[in-house]
Design a protein around this ligand. Structure first.
Ligand SMILES: [Zn+2]
Ligand SMILES: [Zn+2]
Length: 267
């Protein structure tokens, strides 16, 4: 099948390649569509996000390239919007992936995504080594921020499992994750299956975990494939395996952005 990927990063944030490099690679891979979704500007953490002054150029460049490549591929203007970021000009974007990279702490908030070292530091310093309590607070935050930003796609839902410190079989863990998932699906029924952490060697399974897929299916949610790529060569990384996994979990279609709307494609 012809794939689509709406979760891609470029040199506008922490990606390795330009917007044009990504589009060229997508054409080479005979993809149906590609969306660029660099990290939204977050004024409290400038380590990885788009620079505020670059936003107009980002929008103009992607729009210009959409025209230039219109006869070869569909190109969309997106954004990965962190739950703590604000977005005044949302109407300018074709879609927004919403997620949360932080957990609140008494002295502000900490990135759970940055590195294993930082993750453990949060777990030890703020949760006394109780990673279940850490996960509970993360999911509470995720659901809360999703209600506020109301995205078009739920991004890397179980990111808190990235570094392997959470026992995903613990029923308490599952109840925290499921409660947040149900609340989030009510405002956004499209969930990405994200392979980014596999490409970067942190995991062997995509987000979300199978027990979450079951809940998404039971509630009529829909799945969109993404590789959260920071490298233009990884645009469809692990997608064939994801389709297989989805079939095994009873899904018969995925969604992709095409002709300006989210459409179902049989798998
Ligand atoms: Zn992210
Ligand atoms: Zn991302």
């Amino acid at each position: 099948m012809r794939y689509s990927n709406l979760h891609t990063h470029t040199t506008y944030s922490d990606g390795k390649h330009t917007v044009r490099d990504n589009i060229e690679s997508a054409i080479e891979k005979q993809m149906l569509s590609i969306g660029i979704s660099d990290h939204s500007y977050t004024d409290f953490d400038l380590t990885y996000c788009i620079k505020k002054e670059d936003i107009p150029r980002y929008i103009d460049e992607i729009r210009a390239l959409r025209e230039e490549y219109a006869d070869r591929i569909e190109v969309y203007l997106g954004l990965e919007l962190d739950g703590y970021a604000s977005l005044e000009d949302r109407a300018l974007y074709d879609y927004v992936i919403g997620d949360c990279h932080y957990v609140p702490t008494p002295d502000g908030r900490r990135s759970i995504d940055h590195s294993k070292h930082f993750f453990v530091e949060i777990g030890e310093n703020y949760f006394g080594g109780d990673y279940l309590a850490f996960a509970k607070e993360y999911y509470r935050t995720y659901a809360e921020r999703i209600q506020i930003i109301r995205p078009d796609v739920l991004g890397h839902f179980d990111l808190v499992t990235k570094f392997g410190y959470i026992d995903q079989d613990d029923p308490r863990y599952r109840s925290y994750a499921l409660e947040a998932l149900v609340a989030s699906l009510e405002v956004c029924p499209i969930v990405e299956m994200n392979t980014g952490a596999i490409a970067r060697g942190h995991r062997r399974e995509p987000y979300p975990a199978p027990f979450l897929l079951d809940e998404i299916k039971a509630r009529g949610g829909r799945i969109l494939l993404s590789s959260d790529s920071h490298d233009a060569n990884n645009l469809t990384f692990f997608f064939d395996e994801c389709v297989e996994l989805l079939r095994e979990n009873g899904f018969r279609s995925i969604v992709a952005l095409s002709e300006g709307r989210f459409k179902e494609f049989g798998i």
